[in-house]
Design a protein around this ligand. Sequence first.
Ligand code: PMP
Length: 363
Amino acid sequence: MTQRAYNFNAGPSALPQEVLEKAQQQLVNFRDSGMSIMEMSHRSAIFDEVHNEAIALLKKLYAIPENYEVLFLQGGASLQFTMVPMNFLAADQKASYILSGSWSEKAFKEAKLFGTPVEVASTKDNQYRNIPALEDIHFNEEDAYVHITSNNTIYGTQWREFPETENIPLIADMSSDILSKPIDIQKFGLIYAGAQKNLGPSGVTVVIIRKDLLEKANKNIPTMLKYTTHADSNSLYNTPPTFGIYMLGEVLKWVEAKGGVAEIEKHNELKAKVIYDAIDNSNGFYKGHAVPESRSLMNITFRVTDEELEKQFLTEAKAAGFVGLNGHRSVGGCRASTYNAVPLEACEALRDFMVDFQQKHQA
Ligand code: PMP
């Protein structure tokens, strides 16, 4: 097999090599059916098993209580920016949005089409270097819900502790840190995430929704955009992305074999520390974007002090086999995305490269 790249892509991103190899083995003749998983009916017994196994395993790994549904939808996390307010924000209602980066801004903008989203906290004035302090966030008791982005993929910040919203449902976009650490699902009314970072290939969007919210959802909206449509049909109302769901199930089996989310979290902490240490020990040659208390374990954002050197850093890193280190096109700089499937060795190789580059180029 050819050498795998040191893949730090922000999404779609690295998948576990074991999963890719298993999928390759199973591709042409899936479970003795004489066809691939992509070629069979989504109503077949074999696909049904794959689909239900994936749902059951996600429930097990995340300890999702009985009063929640797991849905597999399409349209990416971006469609959830719309579906959430379309289902839960009436024209005369307010919802609290906490702005911690560009993706929360996009969610906020969509909500304006349906009701009145209120910006209750924002760290934009600080270039989204931090997550707002919990004590600075105040909700309005009549809020339909509170919306947060648990990990800010572009700026590299992550919530450590979630706000207590009591009776107001907390809704979280967890696209870039789902399944990276244990969480208390019961704190949330709804969680959504595009699969293409920690869960599998793009094309599947996971939604974890508390059942009582389904009953409260707006009924006067298009069929495909109602959560109830998908909950009532076990996410098989129409043809689902069958290959993506199969891959998601295999990634979940891989997480289970690694010891589950608690072990994955330890590994993620170790991986991120390797790179943050390289930044912190560089005497300012590398500068982290996020304030240390808000640093993400998934997206490590940094700059090289000198702009010309930064260009050279990215060029040389690419030549050395590192992929995806350019920051998001809206902010520039450098970003290493260290999702679940990125191995420790890739992070160590990046650290060595950073140390080496600094030694060569420091004035
Ligand atoms: N939210 C977050 C936090 C993201 O990182 C992304 C994509 N990078 C999105 C939403 C948009 O996801 P999608 O492309 O699946 O619509």
